[in-house]
Write a protein that binds this ligand. Structure first.
Ligand code: SF4
Length: 331
């Protein structure tokens, strides 16, 4: 059994591997703006995403998931750690290697109302990455690619000369997805891509993303605060709390047998899950602590119903590499 697992892991080499990634923001005070602390937005995070796999990262607002993505995408500098993409260390890439890498890794943003330039037509918005990314395609080839990509995401290619304000929220997000796919990336990062949309449109966009993931063999990282939404397009789920991953496992494992009390609390807020397994609602106590001054020991102990003295003194570790792991002393 163990050997089978090792063989399948080897066959499924990671496209992206994050090791001990740290991103702290200095907190300054006084006339001299001396550093008096640090917001531990991303604190020693490690995980891998295999080729073609969908990883979901879920957590409350402020848990560090957006900073984690920005750090991986080199939009925010990391303090330490490794970001290995297709066997290469992204943090030590040259400018030209980084330019090439950015073509393979694209992002879909949360708010299609803000992320599309209102002065550009739909055609120009989707074409722009081909021009900026030096795709080598001529004008006609670019137009053909733009139309193909709009059709791929179910957008009406006759809208190519329209402006974003003339489209509905769902149509705009399809344009945002087309823009991210036009360079044919290998890794697509989705930052809460449906949270700004009406509930009725959310399901359509989630179905589209799941279809594209399978049809194009895309590797995806989907971040969000709603476990049921994130799990819809994810094979594995990582749960983040206060700058750390506290649980990671397959979608089925996390849903059927959540190990960490924080995951249990997130899950019990999903109505369909409560109905299925009859679990009592697990309520979170209080607000998340300040990430500039996280609690000692287990960072969750101030809100955990099962906390003991040990929890406030000793920090539970997440065993990286095991299939379903949780950072809790009692799991
Ligand atoms: Fe709760 Fe303690 Fe487990 Fe942390 S280590 S999740 S405080 S039981």
């Amino acid at each position: 059994m163990m050997q089978d697992k090792m063989i399948s892991e080897k066959a499924n080499e990671p496209l992206l591997s994050i090791r001990d990634l740290v991103c702290h923001f200095p907190v300054r005070s006084g006339l001299m703006r001396r550093q008096v602390g640090a917001v531990q937005a991303v604190d020693n995070i490690s995980f891998s995403v295999a080729q073609g796999e969908g990883l979901g990262i879920v957590g409350e607002s402020g848990c560090g998931k957006s900073t984690l993505i920005n750090t991986i995408l080199q939009l925010v500098p990391a303090n330490s750690g490794n970001i290995i993409y297709d066997g290469k260390d992204v943090r030590s890439m040259s400018r030209s290697q980084l330019r090439h890498w950015r073509r393979e890794v694209q992002m879909v943003f949360q708010n299609p109302f803000a992320s599309l330039d209102p002065r550009m037509t739909i055609g120009q918005i989707v074409e722009e990455p081909l021009v900026v990314g030096k795709s080598g395609l001529n004008r006609n080839e670019r137009l053909k690619r733009v139309i193909e990509t709009l059709e791929m995401v179910g957008a009406d290619s006759r809208q190519i000369d329209r402006y974003p304000h003339q489209l509905s929220g769902g149509q705009r997000q399809r344009v945002g997805i087309a823009r991210a796919l036009v360079l044919r990336p290998k890794l697509l990062v989705l930052d809460e891509p449906v949270s700004a949309l009406d509930v009725s449109v959310q399901a359509q966009v989630l179905n589209l993303l799941e279809r594209l993931r399978h049809d194009l063999g895309l590797t995806t990282i989907f971040i969000g605060h709603d476990l049921s939404v994130v799990s819809y397009v994810s094979d594995r789920i990582a749960v983040m709390y206060l700058g750390r991953i506290v649980e990671i496992g397959t979608r089925e494992e996390v849903f059927k047998s959540p190990k960490h009390p924080y995951t249990q609390a997130l899950l019990s807020a999903v109505p369909s899950v409560k109905k299925n397994n009859g679990q009592q609602r697990v309520r979170l106590k209080g607000d998340p602590p300040n990430p500039a001054n996280p609690p000692s020991g287990c960072r969750f102990h101030t809100r955990c119903s099962y906390a003991t003295e040990l929890c406030s003194q000793s920090e539970p570790k997440l065993v990286v590499g095991s299939e379903h792991a949780a950072a809790c002393h009692f799991k």
